[in-house]
Design a protein around this ligand. Structure first.
Ligand code: ADP
Ligand code: MG
Length: 326
């Protein structure tokens, strides 16, 4: 089974940023309100996510680190099939197979416990620990036992930047949660819980730059079960990043051609501007009308009626932008 873990880990654990994504999603799933993220050396030496979520019971700690569905992989031929199913229930197992992982947790009902797991060694050690309610996952020495993977890592700066991108992307999807990111013991970003519009705009400015917010048009349009809200920057926003485009469907980050097309088309039709727009947009619709699980790692969606969604996005943006056209 440990071999299977290492094969699967190749898929889910590509680089430090993919570890951070899994850890943060777990913390959010556990209802965390505050997330402390500590990174050392671009994540290769250490990644630690500490949350104040529900925690994990002592008896469940080894379970959390074990592969739920080992039977999925028996042959290399199966890899394709597994990849398309995703790795539900397997992220921690995969990560622990290529690192030194420590899981410490407290459900708030009794004392805290810690489980350790190192590389291929399946034995999980359990020991009492000190931890407030919530969970800390510490991942040290990523790929220490898979030198081939380690070789593919880029510079510390590049790997750190990818981690930062993941944190920013998630922070834009959960204004109600605080995110605090440290790199090499230095506090780099502190995104405080944001409830009011002004607080949200402050977070967007922290993430996208003050220039984005200063030149942004706020949008909030709702029509027949569809709601589009967020911000689009006018062409007066001169940015360094080529690609400042965040789009969320029911809170999940997605990249979708239909969506990009609708946004770009409205932008160009109103502003006669050939450039790709910068935006942070949220589409909310009945979950029955969208399938966001087309591929768990590829951020794809499938709308039940793509034409209706395209039309709604185009019209909403056209309307909002036409209002402010210089
Ligand atoms: P999945 O999230 O798909 O269930 P994971 O391997 O990511 O699989 O996590 C395994 C299990 O460990 C989760 O289902 C959850 O019960 C538990 N878990 C992981 N991280 C946390 C956390 N931060 N807080 C509480 N429970 C957690
Ligand atoms: Mg998970």
């Amino acid at each position: 089974p440990r071999l299977a873990n290492q094969i699967a880990a190749g898929e889910v654990v590509e680089r430090p940023a993919s570890v951070i994504k899994e850890l943060l999603e777990n913390s959010l799933d556990a209802g965390a309100q505050q997330l402390q993220i500590d990174i050392e050396q671009g994540g290769v030496k250490l990644m630690r996510v500490r949350d104040d979520g529900n925690g994990i019971e002592k008896d469940d700690l080894p379970l959390a680190l074990s592969r739920h569905a080992t039977s999925k992989i028996y042959h290399l031929d199966d890899l394709e099939a597994v990849a398309s199913l995703g790795f539900r229930g397997e992220a921690l197992a995969s990560i622990s197979s290529v690192s030194r992982l420590t899981l410490t947790s407290n459900t708030g009902e009794s004392a805290a416990w810690q489980a350790k797991c190192e590389g291929r060694d399946m034995e999980t050690e359990l020991a009492p620990a000190a931890h407030p309610q919530g969970t800390s996952v510490e991942v040290r020495d990523l790929f220490f036992n898979t030198p081939a993977r380690r070789k593919f890592l880029r510079t510390e700066k590049t790997e750190y930047n990818r981690i930062e991108d993941i944190v920013k992307g998630l922070a834009l999807s959960r204004f109600d949660v605080g995110f605090h990111l440290r790199h090499n013991s230095r506090l780099i970003h502190s995104f405080r819980k944001a409830e009011q519009t002004l607080e949200k705009e402050r977070r967007v400015a922290q993430i996208c730059g003050a220039g984005f917010m200063d030149n942004a048009v706020a949008i909030d349009i709702e029509r027949t079960g569809l709601r589009l809200w967020g911000w689009v920057a006018l062409p007066s926003f001169s940015r360094s990043q080529a690609d400042l485009q965040y789009f969320y469907v029911n809170g999940r980050a997605i990249r979708d051609r239909l969506v990009s097309h609708a946004v770009r088309q409205a932008y160009q039709d109103v502003l006669y501007h050939g450039r790709h727009p910068a935006f942070v947009l949220y589409l909310e619709l009945d979950p029955a009308n969208v399938d966001v699980n087309v591929h768990p790692t590829k951020h794809e969606v499938r709308f039940r009626d793509g034409r209706v969604v395209h039309d709604f996005l185009y019209r909403s943006l056209h309307h909002a932008l036409a209002d402010v056209r210089p």
